[in-house]
Design a binder for this molecule. Structure first.
Ligand code: MRU
Length: 352
C-alpha cells in the first residue's frame, strides 16, 4: 500500500531538518528549518513538533545535529559529549517514550560503531534517517492491521478519535489516523468524529486539517460530546494513539483519553489503541509508573488572547492520562492486534 498522506512533519533536507510548525496549523502552513540540536530541543519542548513517534524521529535527528556540533576527534571524549546532547533532548518532554527510545538507539549506535568520530557521525545520520523511514512503513502496517480489527458491521463505520495521532504526529500516515486512512481507502469509513481535545485542540486544529486535506469526511465535536454521540448511536468504534504503553497494556495518551475509554465501555463500543512497538515501555509493569507531563496553566486559563477565569484561580494541567488495560479492546501495532494481556509476547521484537 502506498501512503495517501503527503504530510511529512519531520524531513531531512540537504544538511538540516525541516519541521512543519504545528503551532500555526491550520491558520498557516509554515516550515521551520533546524540545523542545531538546541533548536531541535526547543522545537520539541514548544510543540512545533509533537506526537510520540514524530518526537522520536525529531530527537533522533537532534542527536545527529548535536553530534555534528562536537569538535573533538577523540572517540571517548565524543561519546561523553554525546551523552550530554542526549540529556538535553531527554529533558524536553517526559511522557512520550518514543523520545527516550530514539535517543537510546542513537547512543547505542554511536557506542557500537567502530571507526573514526567522523564515521560515527555519518552512521548517526543514516540511523536517524532509518528511524524516520521505518516509522512511515510501521504506520502503514498499523493501518492495515487496524482495518482488519475494526467491527465487521456496519459496512461503513463511524469512527471516533481523540487528539492527533495522524501523519503530523508520526513520520507520516499516522497510527490511529492511519487506521482511519486505511478504512477510508478500503471504502469502510462513513465518517470520522474528531474530539477537539482541550486544552491545545490538536483534534480540531490538526486531525481535522489532515482529513480536510484528503477529503476524509470528518465531524468535529467537543470532548464533552463523545458520550452523547455514542448514546445516540453515532459511533461504531474508537481509535486513539498512545504516548507510552506499560507492559500490562495500561496506556498513556492525551488527556481525555481515559474518560473516552470509560464512556466507550459504558456504551459497549470497541476502544482500540494504535501505536508502534517503540511506544511500549516494557520496563514499566503498570501505567502507574508512567510520568505525566504537566504544562503551563496558560493553556487552560486562556483561549486565544482571552483569559477565561477570575484572578486567584488555581490550576492543574496534566497533558496526559492513563487508560487502564481493562478498558482497551485491542492494541494495534505493526505486528498485529493484541489484547493488552498479550503484549509481553512482543518484547523480543522491539529494536532497542
Ligand atoms: O501533547 P502531544 O500533542 O504531543 O500529544 C500527542 C498525543 O497524545 C497523541 O495521541 C500520541 O502522541 C500518539 S501520536 C501517534
Amino acid at each position: 500500500m502506498s501512503p495517501s498522506s503527503q504530510v511529512f512533519p519531520v524531513l531531512w533536507y540537504e544538511d538540516h531538518v525541516r519541521l512543519i510548525d504545528q503551532n500555526h496549523l491550520p491558520t498557516s502552513y509554515e516550515v521551520v528549518e533546524i540545523s542545531r540540536c538546541d533548536d531541535m530541543a526547543t522545537a520539541i519542548k514548544t510543540m512545533i513538533v509533537r506526537g510520540a513517534p514524530a518526537i522520536g524521529v525529531a530527537a533522533a535527528y537532534g542527536m545527529y545535529l548535536g553530534a555534528r556540533e562536537i569538535t573533538t576527534e577523540n572517540r571517548d571524549q565524543f561519546l561523553i559529549q554525546l551523552e550530554q546532547v542526549a540529556q538535553k533532548l531527554r529533558e524536553t518532554r517526559p511522557t512520550a517514550v518514543n523520545l527516550f527510545w530514539a535517543i537510546d538507539r542513537m547512543l547505542k549506535t554511536a557506542r557500537q560503531t567502530v571507526g573514526s568520530v567522523s564515521y560515527i557521525k555519518e552512521v548517526l545520520l543514516s540511523t536517524a534517517q532509518t528511524i524516520n523511514a521505518d516509522d512511515i512503513a510501521t504506520c502503514e502496517a498499523i493501518g492495515a492491521h487496524g482495518l482488519r480489527a475494526l467491527p465487521q458491521t456496519p459496512a461503513q463505520l463511524r469512527l471516533l478519535t481523540h487528539c492527533n495521532a495522524g501523519a503530523l504526529a508520526t513520520a507520516g500516515y499516522g497510527t490511529a489516523l492511519g487506521v482511519v486512512r486505511s478504512a477510508w481507502q478500503a471504502g469502510r469509513l462513513e465518517r470520522l468524529y474528531a474530539d477537539e481535545t482541550r486544552p491545545r485542540l490538536q483534534g480540531a486544529k490538526l486531525t481535522v486539517w489532515e482529513c480536510v486535506q484528503e477529503g476524509i469526511p470528518v465531524t468535529l465535536i467537543t470532548d464533552s460530546m463523545a458520550a452523547h454521540s455514542m448514546k445516540r448511536g453515532r459511533i461504531d468504534a474508537v481509535v486513539v494513539g498512545a504516548d507510552r504503553i506499560a507492559a500490562n497494556g495500561d496506556t498513556a495518551n492525551k488527556i481525555g483519553t481515559y474518560s473516552l475509554a470509560i464512556v466507550s465501555k459504558a456504551h459497549g463500543i470497541p476502544f482500540f489503541v494504535a501505536a508502534p512497538l517503540s511506544t511500549i515501555d516494557f520496563k514499566l509493569s503498570t501505567g502507574e509508573q508512567i510520568p505525566i507531563e504537566e504544562r503551563d496553566p496558560a493553556e487552560i486559563y486562556q483561549i486565544g488572547n482571552t483569559i477565561i477565569c477570575p484572578p486567584g484561580t488555581e490550576f492543574y494541567n496534566p497533558a496526559f492520562d492513563v487508560t487502564p488495560a481493562d478498558l482497551i479492546t485491542g492494541i494495534i501495532t505493526e505486528h498485529g492486534v493484541m489484547k493488552p494481556a498479550e503484549l509481553m509476547q512482543l518484547q523480543t521484537k522491539q529494536v532497542v
